[in-house]
Design a protein around this ligand. Structure first.
Ligand SMILES: [Mg+2]
Length: 436
C-alpha cells in the first residue's frame, strides 16, 4: 500500500530548532528524525511513498530525492501559498494518490504491526468501511481520550468535545479510500479529523487497537523524550528476554471438543499464569527488553479466524500496557506448513513454509533487526523443546519453564536448556541486572 506522509509541520513550538530545519528533518543522534520512521515502514514492506511537504520542502527533497538510494520510491506534493491543513494537503495531492493509502505524520515514531493494520482495514472494508484509524487505550496516560470503540469498530471520534465514555486516543496512523477526498473541493482548508469524525459516526471507520506507545517531536519535552528513546533503542545495546507465550505467560487451555490441550482460541480463554506480571515487571526493572515470540497456527488450521488470534494478542498486551508493563513487541507466526491437525478449512494465505515458525529463528531475529541488543546476555524462555531449539539456533541463552517436559528435554541433548525454572518469576529472579 502507498504510504502518504504529512511532512508540512511548521514546528512552531520548537522555536530555534525548526528555523533551520522542517520538523521531520530535525537531527536526532545526527540524522534526520524521519529516517527512523522510514526504517520502520520499509521494514514493514512499504516501498511507495508520497511526501506532502510545506515549509522546508527543498531540504526534504534534496535529502530523500526519489528514494532510489534507499530502495524505495518517493514522490512529492508541495503545499502552495495557502495553508491547507492536513485534509487540504491530502486533497491537493489527489492525482498522486492510489485508490487506498496509509496516512501518517512525519514528526512521529510509530512502531506498530502495520501488517495487522492492513489486515484489519481489509476486513472492515469488506463490511463497508471507507477508512481505518489506529487507536490506543488511553486511560488518561497521554493526552485527552477522544474515541469510543465498540465491537472492534470506531463509533465516535471527536477531538473537540471529549465525552466521559471515551477511553481511546487516536494514534496517528490511518487508512483512507481516495474517493473520500475526491468529493471535497480543491483548495479548501480542512482538518482530516472532521472527515474521520463523520465516517466514524456513520459506522464506516474500521479500527486497529495498538498498544505500543508513540513518540513525537512536536514540543521540546517530547523531542527530548523521543531522542532518549531512540538513543536507547538504536545506539546502546540492551539485553532482551524473548518469551514464548502459551505455557509461559498464559495457561494452556483444555479444549473440550478435541479433548486436547491447546492455545487459547478467543480472548476470554487467555488467562495469565500466576506471578507472570510480577515477573515481567522485574525483568523490565533489571534493564531487559521483553519480546514475545509465539507460534499461533490455529487460523492456518481453520480452528480460529486470523483476526481473533490478533485480538488475543491485543487484549493481553493491552492489559499489560495499562498496568505499566511495557513489552516491546509480540511477534507471531500464524503460518503452518500443511494445515494438518485442523478442520481442513484453514486460511490458505497462512498455509506455507515460512522462516518464522519456531524452531526456526525468524521471530527472534525480527527483534534483533529493530533494536540494538546485547545478544550475549539475552535469553529465550519457553516451555517446549522447539523454543529451546530456536533460542539455541539464534545463539541465545535458553531457559525452560515448567517441569512437565523436563524429562523429555534431558533426553534431547541437542536442545538441553541452560536453565530450568518452575515458572517465569523464578527465572526473572535469577537473571542479573543489566551491566551488573
Ligand atoms: Mg509454549
Amino acid at each position: 500500500m502507498q504510504a502518504v506522509v504529512l511532512m508540512g509541520g511548521l514546528g512552531t513550538r520548537l522555536g530555534e530548532r525548526t528555523k533551520a530545519h522542517p520538523k521531520s528533518m530535525i537531527r536526532v543522534e545526527g540524522i534526520p528524525f524521519f529516517d527512523y520512521e522510514l526504517f520502520l515502514l520499509k521494514r514493514s514492506g512499504f516501498t511507495d511513498f508520497l511526501f506532502l511537504t510545506g515549509f522546508g520542502s527543498e531540504e526534504i527533497e534534496a535529502y530523500y530525492g526519489d528514494g532510489s538510494s534507499m530502495g524505495v520510491r518517493i514522490r512529492y506534493s508541495r503545499d502552495g501559498e495557502k495553508l491547507l491543513g492536513t485534509g487540504g494537503a491530502v486533497r491537493r495531492a489527489c492525482e498522486l494518490l492510489e485508490e487506498e493509502f496509509l496516512l501518517l505524520y512525519g514528526d512521529s515514531f510509530m512502531d506498530i504491526d502495520y501488517a495487522e493494520t492492513l489486515e484489519r482495514y481489509n476486513e472492515a472494508e469488506k463490511n463497508g468501511a471507507t477508512c481505518l484509524m489506529t487507536v490506543m487505550k488511553n486511560a488518561g496516560r497521554f493526552d485527552k481520550s477522544n474515541c469510543v470503540v465498540r465491537d472492534g469498530k470506531l463509533v465516535c471520534y471527536d477531538k473537540e468535545n471529549p465525552l466521559p465514555e471515551m477511553d481511546y486516543i487516536d494514534y496517528g496512523v490511518s487508512i483512507y479510500k481516495k474517493s473520500l477526498f475526491a468529493e471535497i473541493p480543491e483548495g479548501e482548508a480542512f482538518d482530516i479529523a472532521s472527515l474521520q469524525k463523520t465516517e466514524a459516526a456513520a459506522g464506516r471507520c474500521g479500527v486497529h487497537i495498538v498498544n505500543h506507545r508513540f513518540y513525537e517531536i512536536g514540543r521540546p519535552e517530547s523531542l527530548k523524550e523521543c531522542g532518549e528513546y531512540i538513543k536507547n533503542r538504536f545506539y546502546e545495546a540492551h539485553p532482551a528476554v524473548f518469551l514464548d507465550r502459551d505455557g509461559v505467560i498464559n495457561e494452556i487451555v483444555y479444549n473440550e471438543d478435541t479433548e486436547l490441550l491447546d492455545s487459547p482460541l478467543r480472548p476470554s480463554e487467555f488467562v495469565f499464569r500466576p506471578g507472570v506480571k510480577e515477573a515481567l515487571r522485574l525483568i523490565r526493572e533489571k534493564g531487559y527488553y521483553v519480546f514475545v515470540v509465539t507460534n499461533q497456527p490455529a487460523a492456518a488450521k481453520g480452528k480460529a479466524k486470523l483476526l481473533t488470534l490478533m485480538d488475543i494478542n491485543t487484549a493481553f498486551a493491552g492489559e499489560l500496557a495499562e498496568e505499566g508493563i511495557d513489552i516491546e513487541a509480540v511477534y507471531t507466526c500464524f503460518h503452518h506448513p500443511t494445515g494438518a491437525g485442523g478442520t481442513g478449512r484453514g486460511d490458505r494465505r497462512l498455509i506455507r513454509d515460512c522462516d518464522c515458525r519456531k524452531p526456526k529463528t525468524g521471530l527472534i531475529f525480527k527483534g534483533r533487526e529493530a533494536y540494538n541488543l546485547d545478544w550475549e546476555n539475552s535469553f529465550m524462555v519457553g516451555d517446549s523443546a522447539t523454543d529451546i531449539e530456536a533460542g539455541r539456533s539464534a545463539g541465545l541463552k535458553t531457559a525452560l519453564i515448567g517441569d512437565l517436559k523436563c524429562d523429555i528435554c534431558a533426553r534431547l541433548n541437542y536442545c538441553r536448556p541452560d536453565g530450568i525454572y518452575s515458572d517465569l518469576l523464578s527465572f526473572a529472579k535469577s537473571i542479573r541486572e543489566r551491566g551488573e
